[in-house]
Design a protein around this ligand. Structure first.
Ligand SMILES: Cc1ncc(C[n+]2csc(CCOP(=O)(O)OP(=O)(O)O)c2C)c(N)n1
Length: 791
């Protein structure tokens, strides 16, 4: 039993909360099973039961129990609280509770507070044309679907950053707690600022089982569990048992004491300023899985075991004896005491729910677009790199971007709605300028010599891509803005989280009551081509392949070739809504190609001919040299300069792609160029040598239905890498200027002997290159010092 004293609720209060819980449990069983007869006004018959029984019962009664008790504390303490369901497969709980509190019917008037509404509520659940079985985007009050387990705590922390009055009640499944992201998310408490941030109140739902296994945390001693959670910096309150009356008292006492502790921590920090890192409270709720459901079916124990995870009773069409068990189970909640003759929750229970926006289903934080305010944006042109001539030296594109981001941070410091997230890489990715105006938020110990650490700051850095992604998602979903900067290779760690977020955006963009939120912006710096001292493990541009799988209406991929294009692109991304924007940029000193006005024009169209690098445009080109990405652009321009010198009669067209999705047909992506425009750029029948930042097949995938696709010859990363010189990386993958020229010559038979001679010279150059770097450990001077020259 609980260590709390069991006298928090008076008997009347306890009776009503229990009845409310029964109502929610009744609705859950109804959602999983009932096709008709929602109030059991007549004996249950086969035709009242759905044919396909889908959903998860096991977690649901525990979550219903938690929700009913949270309603009580919301009212008692007038809390601004949202609910995050880690085991989001308990959809019947969140759907049922938002129905009981009235939110559901306000958003979906068809699901009314009467018998007809109840029937529809039951019918739509896990039913074709209805709603999914999880805490899906369709569920009011949800910012977390919980389909893919592991992210509840990081989403919750993201939600409370810069929301000082918000409390997120976060139910963590004990199975979910075994995932890597969740296991490390407990550390989020070292990043919480009790003055300016709100609080996360975790409730570890120790119901003991997963789908068909016990959970680890339920099979270590309570003492060990207590030590584990304390080791993570939490102050756990245990609520344990199965007897409802005692459990109501224990849960109420635990929530009261936890809430009072949260308030005390906040008051203390806000009155006295920052003190030691607080030890925040949390609850461990140890209750039976499938609580109040069938105890035993066909001789198998159900309640309190993994057998209750999904649907404890089978289809009565094949198991006729289960029909009576189902009816008994439903009637055990005594629906006639809970709903009136018309099917409406009786007033003495309805009044237990908070009202208006205090209801967790209605809380505006859970529909973040309602609270979203535009960023105060500086003019990105003010941060332009000077480009007096095409190809002048640059300091590294992300370093230029850093100055712009510094200003974004500064201008939005007052409204506290912009943060930069990264796994210990913000400096390494070249964004050092932001630390001129902010710090890394950090609430663990500091020692002399630490840099940029403070209890409050705009930069969030933990060496967990999962936390960065989860925090940022939570931050965005509650109506704020942000940027995730990451090494390109390691962004794969969050492939799956990206998937889930993109799915969320896709669904919510078609729900009229869900307001649009700020886009999720990835800055992938430290990219594949410049991993000079890290080598092969750090070379992987495949995130782009992954991203383009997602719905075209959601994803955008940008490959700015230089700093001014990067500024223009990032300004656009930070202003955009409801997308995932992926921006790949370099941090190493690199040539700059476009003045700011040229960059703006180029980024506005997203793809275009660079006339200054092209030949005679009044006649058709002999060949198109295309590129996307900073290093491919450099190599393409260098290749063009070789071709110009040696084969001046060849008319070359240079095409640069910033917005990768311009390559797709307009039927597939809203940014897609029409076939006519595509052909105007890439010609109807001329060879196209395409130098691409990432894996070459992606270009083929995007263009396979385009005119002239058969003439596309794409060079990109071919999974060749090691610690070597920057130019050698391109050589290893045959993306270098020499290979590009040889490729071009192969497609230009008219160059005859001169072309062949040039090829032989370049093959010798490649041998010379190899010998030189092996001896000197750096690229040849003609490579290092190469500069674009205008004819
Ligand atoms: C990342 C991930 N892996 C596997 C699953 C499949 N799965 C669904 S529910 C579940 C067990 C969850 O156990 P727990 O978190 O304790 O939830 P509860 O017992 O409350 O249902 C598993 C493994 C999943 N949804 N997500």
């Amino acid at each position: 039993m609980s260590s709390e004293k069991p006298s928090t609720l008076d008997p009347e209060e306890a009776r009503k909360i229990d009845a409310y819980w029964r109502a929610a449990n009744y609705l859950a069983v109804g959602q999983i099973y009932l096709y008709d007869n929602p109030l059991l006004k007549r004996p249950l018959v086969l035709g009242d039961v759905k044919h396909m029984l889908l959903g998860h019962w096991g977690t649901t009664p525990g979550q219903n129990f938690i929700y009913a008790h949270l309603n009580r504390v919301i009212k008692k303490y007038d809390l601004d609280m949202i609910y995050v369901s880690g085991p989001g497969h308990g959809g019947p709980a969140v759907v049922g509770n938002t129905y009981l509190e009235g939110t559901y019917s306000e958003i979906y008037p068809d699901i009314s507070q009467d018998e007809a509404g109840l029937r529809k509520l039951f019918l739509q659940f896990s039913f074709p044309g209805g709603i999914p079985s999880h805490a899906s985007p369709e569920t009011p009050g949800s910012i977390h679907e919980g389909g893919e387990l592991g992210y509840s705590l990081s989403h919750s922390f993201g939600a409370v950053f810069d929301n000082p009055d918000l409390v997120v009640a976060c139910v963590v499944g004990d199975g979910e707690a075994e995932t890597g992201p969740l296991a490390t998310a407990w550390h989020s408490n070292k990043f919480l600022d009790p003055v300016h941030d709100g609080a996360v109140f975790p409730i570890l739902h120790l119901n003991g089982y997963k789908i068909s296994n016990p959970t680890i945390l339920a099979r270590i001693t309570r003492e060990e569990l207590d030590q584990l959670l304390r080791g993570y910096g939490w102050d756990p309150i245990f609520v344990e048992g199965h007897e409802p009356a005692a459990m109501h008292q224990a849960m109420a006492a635990a929530l009261d004491s936890g809430m009072e502790r949260i308030r005390a921590i906040q008051a203390d920090a806000r009155k006295r300023g920052h003190t030691d890192r607080p030890r925040w409270p949390m609850i461990v709720l140890a209750s039976p899985k499938g609580w109040t459901g069938p105890v035993e079916v066909d001789g198998v124990r159900i309640e309190g075991t993994f057998h209750s995870h999904q649907v404890p009773l089978s289809d009565p069409a094949t198991h006729p004896e289960h029909l009576k068990l189902l009816e008994n189970w439903l009637r055990s909640y005594r629906p006639e005491e809970l709903f009136d003759e018309q099917g409406k929750l009786v007033p003495e229970l309805a009044e237990l729910a908070p009202v208006g926006d205090r209801r967790m289903g209605s809380n505006p934080h859970a529909n973040g677009g309602r609270l979203l305010r535009d960023l105060r944006m500086p003019d990105f042109r003010d941060f332009a790199a000077e480009v007096p001539e095409h190809g002048c030296p640059g300091i590294g594109d992300t370093h230029v971007l850093g100055r712009f981001l510094r200003e974004v941070v500064k201008r939005n410091g007052g409204q506290r709605n912009f943060r930069i997230f990264g796994p210990d890489e913000t400096l390494s990715n070249g964004l050092e300028s932001v630390f001129e105006v902010t710090e890394r938020q950090w609430n663990a110990a500091t020692v002399p010599g630490d840099e940029f650490l403070a209890p409050t700051g705009r930069v969030m850095e933990m060496l967990s891509e999962h936390q960065c992604e989860g925090w940022l998602e939570g931050y965005l979903l509650t109506g704020r803005h942000g940027l995730f900067n990451c090494y390109e290779a390691f962004i794969h760690i969050v492939d799956s989280m990206f998937n889930q977020h993109a799915k969320w955006l896709k669904i919510t963009s078609h729900l009229p009551w869900r307001r649009k939120i700020a886009s999720l912006n990835y800055l992938l710096a430290s990219h594949v081509w410049r991993q000079d001292h890290n080598g092969f493990t750090h070379q992987d541009p495949g995130f782009l392949d992954h991203v383009v799988n997602k719905k075209a209406e959601i994803v955008r991929v940008y490959l700015p070739p230089d700093a001014n294009c990067l500024l223009s692109v990032m300004d656009h991304c930070l202003r955009s809504r409801h997308y995932v924007n992926v921006v790949v940029a370099g941090k190493h000193p690199a040539p700059q190609w476009l003045s700011m006005s040229e960059a703006v024009a180029h980024c506005t169209t997203g793809i275009g001919i660079w006339s200054w690098a092209s030949g005679n445009q009044d006649t058709a080109p002999d060949i198109v040299m295309a590129c996307a990405g900073d290093v491919p652009t450099l190599e393409t321009l260098a290749a063009i300069s070789i071709l110009r010198e040696h084969l001046p009669e060849v008319n070359i067209r240079m095409v640069n792609v910033v917005d990768l999705m311009r390559l797709e047909p307009p039927t597939e992506h809203p940014h897609g160029l029409g076939d006519g425009d595509f052909q105007d750029l890439f010609t109807a029948d001329k060879p196209v040598i395409f130098a691409f930042h990432a894996y070459p097949w992606l270009i083929h995938r995007l263009t396979y239905r385009r005119p002239n696709h058969d003439n596309f010859h794409v060079r990109g990363y071919k999974e060749e890498g090691t610690i070597t010189t920057p130019f050698d990386m391109t050589v290893l993958n045959e993306l270098d200027r020499f290979h590009l020229v040889m490729d071009a010559v192969d497609r230009l038979p008219q160059t005859g002997e001169r072309g062949l001679h040039l090829k032989r010279q370049l093959q010798e150059k490649l041998i010379e290159h190899k010998a030189y770097i092996d001896l000197n450990g750096q690229d040849m001077p003609e490579i290092r010092n190469w500069k674009w020259t205008t004819r």
